[in-house]
Structures are given as structure tokens and as C-alpha cells.
Design a protein around this ligand. Sequence first.
Ligand SMILES: Cc1cc2nc3c(=O)[nH]c(=O)nc-3n(C[C@H](O)[C@H](O)[C@H](O)COP(=O)(O)OP(=O)(O)OC[C@H]3O[C@@H](n4cnc5c(N)ncnc54)[C@H](O)[C@@H]3O)c2cc1C
Length: 260
Amino acid sequence: MPNGLDLMYREVVVETRHYTDRLFSFRTTRPQSFRFRSGEFAMVGLETDGKPLLRAYSIASPSWAETLEFFSIKVADGPLTSRLQNVKEGDEIIINRKPTGTLVLDALLPGKTLYLISTGTGIAPFASIVRDPKTYEQYERVILTHSCRWVPELAYGSVLMQTIEEDEVLREIVGGRLTYFSSVTREDHTHVGRITKLIDDGTLFATVGEAPWDPAKDRVMICGSTAMTNDVGNACKRHGLTEGSNSRPADFVIEKAFVG
Ligand SMILES: Cc1cc2nc3c(=O)[nH]c(=O)nc-3n(C[C@H](O)[C@H](O)[C@H](O)COP(=O)(O)OP(=O)(O)OC[C@H]3O[C@@H](n4cnc5c(N)ncnc54)[C@H](O)[C@@H]3O)c2cc1C
């Protein structure tokens, strides 16, 4: 029985990094013919008993990078991640050939400030977008928000910001126009509370020094849990922003970081 395995890329893990007992990232080789737009996701996984075991994964590396990076949850009894969390350098992972998704610059109309709102592993597509030079050609300012329950869960975003700062070329492209805003819900931190509350009560805007969302100049991408994407999507609508898609670019776009 054909199961599509022969049509998939087989790539080698070149690096893994564990942040908490629930979160890790891994990098793999990149097939030369694998093209994607920053922000898209692909089906990624492992071959088990001769069959592909695949899940949707946002590609966290930018479209120009030589390797592919992914940021993953570890679900103890998850069919894929109970296994995937044990991958190490030299192991093989499989990737479906057709990346897709709505968190792409093409799905938004031109604007001045781009807000990237994420919870948990929802930061993954934005790790791609904030490292893409096109983002800074199209926007004067980029604001990346990452919200989690606990402070250690913010580690991937802090490392990402540090990586950008330490890369001479990226630092010049970004030119100080990327602002990172982090918040947690379960312990003390600079900003505490759900991101929807921090949007609604004006904390986000006051902190980054911008006026509340205005369809004339602001664009928003949202990625995270269903509750968060719904709530922030509604907040966008209350500010007069219209939801866009690949075929009808508009002011904001949404992708759920997982089904559940
Ligand atoms: C468009 C899209 C993009 C995605 N991108 C990513 C990504 O970049 N990184 C990633 O880790 N996952 C991502 N996911 C989720 C991913 O596809 C899998 O669900 C995840 O890898 C767990 O797989 P599993 O087989 O171990 O468990 P599953 O059976 O798939 O999931 C078991 C349960 O774990 C919970 N869960 C699953 N994924 C997450 C998550 N990311 N955060 C919190 N809880 C979760 C849900 O409640 C789910 O019901 C994405 C999903 C979609 C639809």
C-alpha cells in the first residue's frame, strides 16, 4: 500500500535544544528544493513501523536559512511528540513537500506597524517572520508578543531575540525596529495576565509606546491556543480591523497553534 513516504523529504537532525520538560526545539538539514514563505507550516514527523506519523509544524526558521528549525511541545502521551522529544543529532525526520498557512506577509495589506501576538509554541511562525528582511522592507516597526503560563516557558523567545542581536547582518536589517513584549499568567514577571487583558486595558500599547490598533496603519498576526486566537481576533475586530487570507489580504490573520 503506498503511504506517501516515498514522496517525503528525509532530513537529518543537526541540533536539539530543551527549554523545559514541555518545550524543545530542533534543527534539521534543508532539502534544496524545499521552498516556503516565512510563517508557513508543514507536515513534519517520524517514520514508525514503515508508516509516516506526521503533525502540522510551523517552520521557525526564515525562508532564507540553510537549515529548518522547529519549536515543539512535548505531550507525554502524544502519538508524535512522545517520540519526537527524544530525537538527537543524526536522527532522521520526515517532512511533507507542501508548506502552507495564513501567517504570511502576503495575507496582509501594507501597513506601518506589524504586531505578532503569540502564546506557547505559537511563537514559532513569528520566529521565522522576525528574521526575514522582507518584514522590515514592508513595516517600519515590528512588535512580537509572547505569553505563557510560567517564566521558563518564555526561554525560546529570549534566545531568539539574543540570536538576532548577536547576528551582525540581522541586527543591521532589524535596525532596532523589533520590540519584544513578554507576559506570563501564573507567576510574577514584568507583565502578568492574559494577553487579551493587556491589550484591552492598554498595557501593551503603553509599554511599546504606540496608540491602540488603527486599521489605517496597524497589521496583526495571531498564533496560539483557540481561546487566545478567538479573543485577540475579536479585539482586532473591535478596533476596526478586518480578517485577511492569502486570497483576500486585509488587516489581521489568525492561525491556531494546535487543535484542542
Ligand atoms: C497549523 C498548525 C501548526 C502547528 N504548529 C506547531 C508547532 O510549531 N509546534 C508544536 O509544538 N505544535 C504545533 N502544532 C500542533 C502539532 O500539530 C501537534 O498537535 C503536536 O506536535 C502534538 O502532537 P502529538 O501527536 O504528540 O499529540 P496530538 O495528539 O497532536 O495532541 C495531543 C494534545 O496535546 C495538546 N497540544 C498539541 N499541540 C500543542 C501545542 N503546540 N501546545 C500546547 N498543547 C498542544 C492538544 O490539547 C492536543 O489535543 C500545530 C498545529 C497546527 C494545526
